[in-house]
Write a protein that binds this ligand. Structure first.
Ligand code: GRF
Length: 198
């Protein structure tokens, strides 16, 4: 199966997916990488000779034009699945409509707690003792799609956002690669808010 990975940051989740895809029995390949800015994830694509799409909001008249361009770029790649791995933009209705049910996101908190772009900092500030990571299908909300898998991670008293995020990422990269592997081979059953891999 072909997977397109979308990223905006340091690309640690991307690298975990690439490593899993490189395993001999892997049922999926990362056929292209899409970034919305100049970032380490884009450099990884160049280093690994993987097709790279750069689609920056500022290169388009407005958000709708950007969303349309993003949809068309990814549609041309014809992936079986799209994975947002630290992609820091909200996907628009055009993109979501085109790939509905086939977009997987990883969020560094136990949804529905702490959605949005600061889930790690918000969990730390709240003082929870357990946070974690959630892999879910993307719908039109912000981190609101059906949950596929979660792993809990303890918060330590001396944690900073960075130390906590690193601890989350250490389990997140494994969970995301596991879920993508299972999804591409077994698909997903969605029943309203609930989703499970048969
Ligand atoms: C991950 O924790 C992801 O859940 C969040 O941003 C982080 C991306 O990390 N949205 P990286 O860019 O893959 O290192």
């Amino acid at each position: 199966a072909s997977v397109v990975v979308m990223a905006s940051g340091t690309g640690s989740l991307l690298e975990a997916l690439l490593a899993r895809a490189d395993e001999p029995q892997s049922p999926f390949a990362v056929t292209a990488i899409v970034v919305d800015r100049d970032c380490r994830a884009g450099e990884i694509a160049a280093e690994r000779g993987i097709p790279l799409v750069v689609c920056k909001l500022r290169d388009h008249a407005d958000r709708d034009a950007w969303d349309t361009a993003l949809r068309d770029h990814v549609a041309a790649l014809a992936p079986d699945w799209v994975v947002t791995a630290g992609f820091m933009k909200i996907l628009g209705d055009r993109f979501l409509g085109r790939f509905a049910g086939r977009i997987v996101n990883s969020h560094p908190a136990l949804l529905p707690a702490f959605p949005g772009a600061h889930g790690v900092a918000d969990a730390l500030a709240y003082g929870v003792k357990l946070t974690g990571t959630t892999v879910h299908l993307v719908d039109s909300g912000v981190d609101t799609g059906p949950v596929l898998a979660q792993t809990a991670v303890p918060v330590e008293v001396d944690d900073t956002e960075e130390s906590l995020h690193e601890r989350i990422k250490s389990v997140e990269r494994v969970l995301l690669a596991d879920v993508v592997t299972d999804l591409v081979t077994r698909g997903v059953v969605i029943d309203g808010r609930k989703a499970y891999i048969p």
